[in-house]
Ligand binder design. Sequence first.
Ligand code: COA
Length: 326
Amino acid sequence: MNVRITGTGSALPGKILTNAELERLVDTSDEWITTRTGIKERRIAIEGEYTSTFAAEAGRRAMAMAGVNPEEIDLIILGTVTPDFPFPSTACIVQDILGATNATAFDLSAACSGFLYGMSIAEKYICSGAARKVLVIGAEVLSRIVDWQDRNTCVLFGDGAGAVVLEGSEGGHSILSTHTFTNGAFWNLLYQPGCGSRNPATDSRTIDERLTFIKMEGNDVFKHAVRAMEEAALTALDTNGLLPSDISLLIPHQANRRIIDATAKRLGLGTDRVFTNLHRYGNTSSASIPISLDEAHRQGVLTSGDKLLLVAFGGGFTYASALVNW
Ligand code: COA
């Protein structure tokens, strides 16, 4: 059984926050942000917009492309670290919005690797016969857990969602492999300390010490990210007996231009074979790869038979890869 991507979709907030506007919020500059990260602007959810808003819209667009009705979806997996609520799963809310009444739905917390972890699980559901049509979504409203007083982190992140429909098929383009990895030894280098059972939102200390916001050791994260993304990419290539020269397009998690460049360089891939859009969206965590895949597809960048290498890295640490024969 092959697992095919039959539809892609994405949804982003209309509101744009530029580097120039950030200069008025914290002690930073467009020049610093551009040279250190490659980011020029990011999308920010406005009042009344939630993770489920963008997740459902991305999912609706992916289903429309696939020609699949909501009732045909057997499973919804939603990668997110910014759910609408601690519970129920935002995937349940998305199931309701879409009318995907026959789908089992759950959230998956794997930070920026959430979408590829979700693809890996979906592939196994389909191959085992437990599901036929699966909606995998990565969606975030990170702007609600970003500390807008912390210049080390607030310049990096943005909001949005991307989705794919996966279906079983006897032929056609297919997912050749998925690999997921975890290194829990470094969980505290990138995390949100507050609002869980250790530092409850009900404890005034959680608010006073700004524990509800993302904390990150940027330098350390950077080094781990480059090494991990290379390992995930090489595992995908080795498994399929492919060389970097066989890859038509690398679609990496959009965290930082320098991480992407270093990963591509280690793999020997030129920039013409690397998809980037982080200059427009920043780091949208689990949403970044499906947004990129959808944009590449709708821009006509992808040709049948292309070998796509998707690679992610995120808090946990989690990292993952997928090799797709488009
Ligand atoms: N504007 C201006 N100066 C800033 C700044 C900002 N937005 N953020 C940090 N600085 C300052 C620091 O305070 C520091 O100043 P100091 O030397 O006076 O202390 C200086 O810039 C250098 O900081 P440093 O952290 O060494 O910079 P860097 O080159 O490592 O770049 C990151 C910082 C965050 C861009 C980089 O470490 C990074 O991208 N890390 C990975 C982050 C990431 O992608 N996380 C998600 C993974 S999924």
